[in-house]
Every structure is written in structure tokens, then in C-alpha cells.
Write a protein that binds this ligand. Sequence first.
Ligand code: TYM
Length: 339
Amino acid sequence: MSATFKPRVFSGIQPSGGLTLGNYLGALRRFAGFQGTDRETIYCVVDLHAITVWQDPEKLRHNTREVAAAFMASGVDPRQSILFNQSQVAQHAELAWLFNCVARLGWMERMTQFKDKGGANAERVSLGLLAYPSLMAADILAYHATHVPVGEDQKQHLELTRDVAAKFNHDYGTEFFPITEPLIEGTATRVMSLRDGSKKMSKSDPSDASRINLTDDADQIAQKIRKARTDADPLPGSMDGLKDRPEARNLVNIYAALSGETADRILPRFEGQGFGAFKPALAELAVSVMTPITAEMNRIMADPAEIDRILGDGAERAAAIARPIVEGTKEIMGMIRSR
Ligand code: TYM
């Protein structure tokens, strides 16, 4: 690949209701760090993705503003970054259609997220749920984004984005699209459920006790950590001793991610002690990190008109980048434009 692309970071979050500590540690809190570097930063509330499953319209509006508030409360500055909601920039849906004709049906059917969400019911889910990764490729490639920070669960979707770009470039004999780099980094790329260490912490888990929500208050956070599933053994002096203890490992990883230390530095302080000592320390840390963010989200949410203004302004700036790229795509594909 000889073409060079301007360094550009893109990431998105679905407004499908309730952000978790997993979203925060795996994605949100990393976004501000890309500002002020040589990379342009574009962050998107992906409402078109959310409607691949049913969304109550009033709740979708609320959740879109809430995700925008979470971006800002986590340090995304709408003057330094472009922050907008996906449906306001028509180029996402337009490029997704073009990619629907590049990507192969088998690629979509193989996606584990589709298999998990569609399950035995695959005949009855929306067509959009199947085509979801094609829209995600469009989100990224409409900006020629070079870097995409996400949690581990998005890895397969990002591989598909690279496959779409490579197939387009190959089929049309061009180097128009970059082969995007996924950035899946840090101690919290996969935060697990507080009730089951083999499952990802997720907003769609039926048990609220399985997750910490960004809207939880100090008492709720402390109570959920107190009740988190663990085992009866004392903590070891290093992570090697937690290999077969997924719940314990998850709590130690959350502590590490929240404190910014490595797990192997933390464990010697708790070595030989049970969770009776560890959980209160983790609860105190989680409350001290999360409650200022929740308070800031609430402050931002008190002025929905200002959030809408920020999203509208971001959408205009986003469209100015995406428009020529999508026009260029159509031109390469042989579509006539008479203006
Ligand atoms: P979404 O909305 O499910 O999640 C948003 C971000 O949070 C990360 N994440 C986690 N990280 C660690 N541990 C967890 N338990 C956890 N749960 C969620 C996700 O990896 C993600 O980074 N398809 C995407 C949204 C999307 C997108 C994009 C992302 C649409 N277009 C373009 C990047 C680029 C999704 O559903 O994320």
C-alpha cells in the first residue's frame, strides 16, 4: 500500500440504552488522549446502528444525548474533536449501500455478534442487523480513518472493515481506501460481567447486578461490587495465580484499569487476603473515579438544546470530510455526476 493517508481517529458508540463501565474503560476514557496529537479525532453516536434492533423513539433521542454527554464527560472536547450523531451525515448510509455491493453475504453471516444476536431467530431479525458491519465499515472509511480505538469485542468487525477496503481497492484497481489499524489496547479491552467471569459486561445483560452503569450512584456502585461473584480463595501475589479464577481476575483487572497501575503491582498489597479486604478498596476506587464522570454527564444532560447544537455543528464538519470521499467512491465505481 503506497498511498499515504492523513492520520485520523474514528470511533463510535451505540445509543442503545445504558453505558457501562466496560464502555468507559474499553473505549470512552481513551478517546480524549488522541486529541492534541497529529491525529484528527472524529467521534460518533451511531444511532443508525442502534435501530438494527427495536428502539423506542423517545428513548433513542434521550440515549443519543446521553452518549454524547458521556463522550464529553470523558474528556472529548467538541472544539478539538468532531462529535456528532451518525444519522445527520447521510454519507454513512450512502457508503454503506455501496459497501453492501462489495462485501459478501458469507462475511456477514460469519460475524459472531450476528450469530449471538440473531441466534436461532436469524430469519426474523432485521436485515439491518445482518448488514451492520457494512455500515460500520462505511463509518470508518467515509473519513479515510487510519486508527480505530475500540474494545476487544469489535475486533472481528474491524477485520471486516479491512476486508471491505482491500476488496474495493482490488476490484477497482485503486488505493483509494486505507487499511485501518484497530487500536485494542490497555488493561480493560474486555471487562467481564460481575456475575459471570466468562461473559462480557454488557448493557443488554438482563441482570443489572452484572454491570456498573455510568448512571449509577456511589451506593449502587459499592453495592454491586460488594455482591460481585468471587471465590473463597485468598488473592495471590501475581496474575499467574488468577489463571483459572475469571471472576477474581476481572475484579483485579478493573482495579488496575481504574488506578492506572499494573495488576502485578496491585496484587502484592492484597496477597494472602480475601475479597473482604479487596472489595471495599475496589469500591472506593470505582466510586472516586466514576462519580465525577456521572455528575458531569448529568450537568451536560441538563441542557439538551446545547447537546443538539454541538451534534449539529459536528455533523456539518463531518459531512465536509465525508462528502468528497463518498463522491470519489461513486466516481471510481462509474456513477455519473452531472454537476
Ligand atoms: P458498542 O456501542 O457496543 O460499544 C462501544 C465501545 O465500548 C466497547 N466495549 C467494551 N470494552 C471493554 N469491555 C467491555 N465489556 C465492553 N463493552 C463495550 C466496545 O468495544 C466499543 O469500542 N459496533 C460498535 C459501534 C460502532 C463503531 C463504529 C465503533 C459503530 N461504528 C466505527 C468503531 C468504529 C458497537 O456496537 O459498540
